[in-house]
Design a protein around this ligand. Structure first.
Ligand SMILES: CC(C)(COP(=O)(O)OP(=O)(O)OC[C@H]1O[C@@H](n2cnc3c(N)ncnc32)[C@H](O)[C@@H]1OP(=O)(O)O)[C@@H](O)C(=O)NCCC(=O)NCCS
Length: 156
């Protein structure tokens, strides 16, 4: 598995990993309407481009196939974390996360925080994230349950 910074040429593959991951790995946790709202069949590329431009993103690649990606901000916010279903439970998200944790710890950031989906909560609990609050977020007309979680990574 090769880990490298996101490049603009990865855009369509990143959107594909996001969509497939939600439709497959998150389907057991949300209704069909919620999944359809979260991962629309015709994703809007321009907002994706803008969002990725404003984030730091690492991709995991296996023989040219995009296995997953993770996006964060320099304040410690882990914004996106998605593994392609074909690579699920093989440590891809863990490796992506640990790379980000290492960068942020070196930068002196005291904690990483995220908004975990129902599908991702066990993953973050496995990494010893703490639960701060449950919330309902509006997404293209649907309301999705998610969890604000954080992990202290270095002393403030
Ligand atoms: C959450 C997600 C990123 C995890 O990716 P992954 O590459 O499969 O995770 P890893 O293989 O690194 O998992 C590490 C550990 O986390 C835990 N874990 C991961 N997924 C889990 C699940 N679905 N149920 C229970 N525990 C899980 C396990 O302890 C796992 O270790 P194990 O496989 O040895 O038991 C992936 O399932 C995903 O993309 N889900 C759908 C989209 C989503 O909700 N993304 C997050 C948005 S906040």
């Amino acid at each position: 598995m090769n880990f490298r910074p996101y490049e603009p040429a990865d855009l369509s593959r990143v959107i594909e990993v996001y969509s497939t991951s939600i439709r497959c790995l998150a389907a057991a946790y949300y209704t069909a309407d919620q999944i359809a709202a979260w991962a629309p069949t015709k994703p809007d590329v321009a907002p994706w481009q803008q969002r990725l431009d404003s984030l730091h993103t690492i991709v995991a690649e296996d023989n040219g196939v995009l296995a997953g990606f993770a996006s964060y901000e320099k304040n410690g916010h882990l914004d996106l974390l998605f593994t392609h279903p074909e690579f699920a439970r093989r440590g891809v998200a863990t490796q992506l996360y640990l790379k980000i944790e290492s960068v942020l710890r070196t930068a002196g950031i005291p904690e990483i925080f995220t908004e975990a989906s129902l599908a991702a909560r066990p993953f973050f609990e496995h990494l010893r994230f703490h639960l701060d609050a449950e919330e309902l977020v509006e997404c293209r007309g649907a309301r999705l349950r998610r969890f604000r979680m954080h992990k202290q990574i270095s002393k403030a």
